[in-house]
Design a protein around this ligand. Structure first.
Ligand code: GLA
Length: 347
């Protein structure tokens, strides 16, 4: 195992951005930027012995700041959507940044993903990134100290561990927004990938992608990924839930959630034979099929077309602050938030 640090570019104010590369003995490497603690590349050999980078992303700081659809970044303090862009805590109302259609708070305005984090190499296989979000930034109460550690193992697994503490009672719900293409970022769309998700239920949304409060059975629908399903098979099905979102962009409720690390997903690239198992301690995962990607130039100046990457964003359910029946993500002042998600690659 080894960790290397390379210069990546400069922030608009001149501060330097670095890329940390963690490599193992199987010729795999995980690349993470200090900008957004962004998981920007994962390199692995495919079944034909060709090196593939299975993550979508960009080549420059400017592109990450100006063109991003959250590629690879850490999102928080509350990922996904908050309806009405406000929350109530202890009888007090907090208006939030309404960065989607002027009515929804999406990904907390993106602050964590577009800011510079501090990095420390904590071991020969791990790098810890830290960031402090100010009290009230994007409307969220409490100064929030956030730490995210990336570790690569000899089993080709990338462990992402989160820790956060707020100085005031607040909602905390972090994720990583990596877009995967297991055939390689430059090898077409993800529609022929197969995907398995251990979820009997998914979270119903309205036409603005805000949860209605109901979780509905996947049984007999295009949302049934309990055995391997080709992503593209029914992605344009007439199911009203797919019509609202223009393809998969839903929270799946992970079966058997108990706060312990649990395997809930397996995906496979049809051309590369690269497989990815995903584990998390969290209750939900946003399966987003990259429906909103629209040809913006990414790595190697190649356009990231619609559905050329998919995300498995582990999370508490979206809009939990307005749905007390969902597992709670309200944390007391000083109470520690922790979670872990693992992306494990194999052939
Ligand atoms: C999330 C959302 C999607 C989309 C992307 C960013 O995954 O669920 O609807 O907004 O972020 O483009």
């Amino acid at each position: 195992m080894a960790v290397e640090r390379v210069y990546f570019g400069n922030m608009p104010d001149g501060r330097e951005v670095y890329k940390y590369i963690i490599s193992n003995q199987n010729n795999c490497s995980a690349h993470i930027l200090t900008l957004g603690a962004t998981f920007c590349s994962f390199n692995i050999e495919d079944k034909n012995g060709q090196m593939q980078d299975v993550l979508l992303g960009f080549d420059t700081v400017e592109d990450y700041l100006e063109r991003s659809d959250y590629q690879g970044v850490i999102v928080g303090p509350v990922c996904n959507r908050i309806g009405g862009a406000e929350i109530e805590i202890g009888g007090e109302n907090y208006p939030l940044t309404a960065n989607e259609k002027g009515i929804t708070c999406l990904h907390s305005g993106g602050e964590l993903g577009f800011s510079l984090w501090k990095a420390i190499v904590t071991d020969s296989d791990s790098v810890e990134f830290s960031y402090i979000a100010a009290d009230g930034s994007h409307g969220f109460p409490g100064e929030k100290e956030v730490k995210v550690t990336y570790k690569l193992t000899e089993e080709n697994a990338v462990h992402i561990s989160y820790e956060a503490v707020s100085s005031k009672d607040t909602y905390l719900n972090f994720t990583n927004h990596a877009y995967f293409n297991l055939n390689g970022f430059n090898n077409g769309d993800i529609l022929s990938h197969s995907l398995t998700l251990d979820a009997d239920l998914f979270t119903e949304v309205d036409e603005n992608s805000i949860p209605t409060g109901k979780n509905i059975p996947v049984d007999g629908t295009a949302f049934d990924f309990r055995s391997p399903r080709i992503i593209g098979k029914d992605i344009d099905d007439e199911h009203i839930q797919l019509q609202y979102t223009g393809g998969y962009d839903h929270n799946f409720c992970i079966n058997g959630y108990d706060g312990k690390l649990r395997k809930f997903a397996c995906a496979e690239g049809d051309k590369s034979g690269i497989k990815m198992n995903v584990y998390t301690t969290l209750p939900g995962v946003q399966f987003y099929a990259g429906n909103f990607l629209k040809g913006i130039k990414g790595k190697n100046s190649l356009p990231m077309e619609k559905r050329t990457g998919f995300c498995l964003e582990t999370q508490y359910y979206p809009d939990t602050p307005h749905n007390p029946q969902f597992p709670s993500c309200l944390y007391k002042a000083g109470e520690k938030y922790t979670s872990e998600t693992v992306y494990e690659f194999s052939l």
